[in-house]
Design a protein around this ligand. Sequence first.
Ligand code: BES
Ligand code: ZN
Length: 624
Amino acid sequence: MFRPLSLAACAALLLAPLAALASADPHSYAEPGRVRVTHADLDLQVDFDRRELIGNVTLTLDWKDEAAHDLVLDSRDLAIRRIVAVQADGKAGAALPFALAPADKELGSKLTIVAPKHPARVRIYYATSPQASGLQWLQPAQTAGKRQPFMFSQSEAIHARSWVPLQDTPAVRFTYTAHVGAPKALRVVMSALNDAKHPLDGDFRFEQPQPIPSYLLAIAVGDIAVRETGPRSAVYAEPPVADKAAREFEDTERMIAATEQLYGPYRWGRYDILVLPPSFPFGGMENPNMTFATPTVLVGDKSLTSLVAHELAHSWSGNLVTSAAWRHIWLNEGFTSYVENRIVEAVYGKAQADEEFLIAAHELRDEIGAMPENAQRLTPEPRGLGADDALSDVAYTKGAWFLKTLEQRYGREVFDAYLRGYFDHFAFQSIDTGQMLAYLKANLVDRHPGKMRWEEIEAWVYQPGIPADAPLPASPRFARIDAERADFLAGKLAADKLDAHGWNTQEWMYFLDRLPEAVALDKLQALDAAWRLTGTPNAEIGMRWYVHAIAGGDRAAWPAAAEHMTRIGRIYLTLPLYKAFAKTPEGLAYAEQVYAKAKPGYHPITQAAVERVFAKARKAGGKE
Ligand code: BES
Ligand code: ZN
């Protein structure tokens, strides 16, 4: 369980203008109380030369307010060509006047379409910008196959508006259909039902029959092969990666079945996974029917497949029951992190699940005290918060920890039944923390008095920090690692005498996570000599190792660290290295050089995150 972005990495994201704070979702200009989009029909052409999507979207509208005069949509960097009302027979009707407001840095441009006659549908002709914040265009050299270009979207939190003009708020759900034209021989996939046997004829059609929020709109195009992993699951990946990915994710059907056992039927039909090139800025993204995933979890021993458990879990917590605004994102990510851990337990056993939870819990404990009080809350006050600011470890790990506490107090049997009922009750709705709490009170707390006081629940949800009695599992293997680490640091145990031959990924992560920030250089060198950490193919271990090596002045590790940073665009695995380098002037200069080479391969979000690290470091350096 790891946050995709650190709080600091989110600074540039989406400060809401104060005027918008009065509405339910301060990160959208849409006015869904007046008129609501119920269906989107996309007709887009993928142009790799121009790096743009060009075409139109037809939005079906449900007018709620008789007095409404116009339809307000979100957009960012879109070239809007023409907007028309669409008649019942599907023919384009009268052109509609529209105004595209100057862009707000965080929210993009408010698009106001004048439509006093309340047409049932409107069609917007538009093209995206090559800089669209929600798309990454890769040259063949940036792919595994090196022969074809690749393009993928990442809409969460508020980037769908950079490739489709729409009501970009999780409070609005709509179904969608799409017709996508692309170069022949490439495959187009979307967050919809995908047909593995679809001819690669440049002409793709999709349908997402379930109503979804805009942040789950997704598309990818490239040289993509398919490998079945089960009766309702497959892996999509570039041909050189496909077999490895299929082996790594061979337990997908067991995970789906385990989740169904706990929380009821999987309601989306197929569950496929698309493995992206390494520039994908996140670990995973729960796009319905087609999880998007980083290739950095393909380590050969399935030790990082909790990522699949996590994204699959969102098929219940998030995609089915969705937080209505970004400050309630813990309803998505906290619930999902809890469910993820239950899936891991069901498929890989309790010891593995406990190790994963302990790593996340220790990480949160270590960092939460240094966060501003507001950010320590599960439901932070919206004032001055960006859409992604609620996305720290707090939403993920404190959220999951709260649910673990409920499970412990009420017992598994009662809590599992409760949670299953919660998913059924709120299925296909977007809700806020208040609704979740009201349901909790009526269906768990009041029905089983004496297990947990309401004040305790309110403390978890509304207070900063972590309650002192938050339960933690015991892990005998981690306890042994604590002892070995202590002996190693005290000089009682040589690096090559560590009992690390059998350590799995999580055990290495735990060992490295809890080393002090500055370990003596000779100890680092001995560790590396004994266990060959520099150059490790496991990027979770690599990230942690390089941060120590850089902090400890182990220059021999710099080139391998640079290689890691250049190859991997996943923010969570790359940004810590930039931060570690930025702590000294020489390190900063080196990292700037690495970045100059790596930048063209990074997603716009990763670029922005790295540049913020540099800006902060230069400012701090300048003051000295
Ligand atoms: N929905 C998130 C990814 C996300 C959140 C993208 C907010 C943009 C804004 C996804 O489910 C997630 O949490 N991914 C994690 C992996 C996971 C194993 C914790 C990530 O990308 O690190
Ligand atoms: Zn998630």
